[in-house]
Design a protein around this ligand. Structure first.
Ligand code: SER
Length: 323
């Protein structure tokens, strides 16, 4: 599907780490007035609210969701609102409710109101301690043991069900940890890899909540945006997987990202104080086999660890400079 002037896009969770950047990107491509940003609270950055339409929306309020959808008649919906892994462990009932009921509301309203295409993110958290950790295959033992992971795995199966049962063109990616300089993540296990850059440019040390040899799959935000839009723009017949695609770019440990930063900031120091998030990280893959995404719709990442570090530090330093 080409982006046409007749496309209207609704982004739910537009104030989040991914939502903020996707809103910006989609407004560039589709025209600002055709991209409706929605979130449960007004976003911290004024741009999301001011550069195009913005609606306050709690996705758990189905009537309000339908009201917004009837008003704007979106042809595409990006549903990004969720509690991430660490936060959902602390608040399991609400984590399950938001992650599952929110998805049902969006899928049902999309069927009822004739939305053409839906995007919903899954995560490496769908895998668990019984999953092969290296080069984790698309199809393998799952058994996630976090609330977040259980909700994402169930959500994947529901997306596939809505595709088969209702013909809803819903598409999904299992993101690795996402790293960007424009927005901060909240409540995830992979967040250390964002925080660490902020400390490095501020000239401070960093206390890492994961052990130094904990390998996790990660991705730089420009690659995540590219993957998302490539998936959403691919012809429907190329989308062979209707649960969610494995997606990879790089894999590193806290020790390795520290060394990458030290190429620019030689005296940067990191100490290690693993907390409850270590257990979550230990249950997830260290690296991902994303060959199906490469085969089906041509996925290829652009950034490795050092290239990402160079770009992150450059932009974060620029942000620190007075305008
Ligand atoms: N980055 C997420 C988290 O750490 C995983 O999808 O919770």
């Amino acid at each position: 599907m080409q982006s046409t002037p007749s496309d209207t896009i609704l982004i739910i969770g537009a104030g989040g780490q991914l939502g903020l950047e996707l809103t910006h990107e989609l407004r560039q491509r589709y025209g600002a007035s055709n991209v409706v940003a929605a979130d449960v609270r007004a976003p911290k950055d004024a741009a999301t609210q001011e550069s195009g339409p913005f609606e306050l929306l709690d996705v758990l309020d189905k009537n309000r969701l339908e009201e917004v959808m009837r008003q704007y008649k979106p042809t595409q919906v990006y549903h990004l609102a969720a509690l991430l892994s660490a936060t959902a462990e602390k608040n399991p009932t609400f984590g399950w409710q938001l992650n599952m009921d929110g998805l049902f509301h969006v899928l049902d309203a999309s069927v009822d109101l004739g939305v053409q295409r839906v995007y919903w993110p899954s995560s490496i958290a769908v895998f668990g301690p019984d999953t092969p950790r290296e080069n984790t295959p698309q199809l393998t033992v799952m058994n996630p043991n976090t609330v977040y992971g259980i909700s994402k795995l169930a959500g994947e199966q529901w997306c596939e069900w809505y595709f088969k049962k209702h013909g809803l063109d819903v598409r999904s990616l299992r993101y690795p940890g996402l790293i960007g300089y424009k927005s901060l993540p909240g409540g995830g296990t992979t967040d250390y890899a964002v925080d660490i850059y902020h400390k490095a440019v501020a000239g401070q040390g960093y206390e890492c909540f994961l052990a130094e040899d904990t390998y996790l799959p990660m991705m730089y935000m420009p690659d995540a945006l590219k993957a998302t839009l490539d998936l959403m723009h691919a012809p429907a017949e190329q989308i062979q997987i209707r649960s969610s695609y494995n997606l990879g770019a790089m894999s590193f440990s806290p020790r390795e990202i520290t060394a990458s930063i030290q190429r620019h900031v030689p005296d940067f120091q990191v100490t290690y104080q693993p907390d409850s998030r270590q257990q979550i990280a230990d249950s997830w893959p260290a690296s991902i086999d994303d060959s199906r995404a490469r085969q089906d719709w041509g996925w290829q990442p652009d950034f490795d660890l050092d290239k990402m570090t160079d770009d992150m530090l450059l932009h974060l330093k620029q942000q620190l400079q007075p305008a």
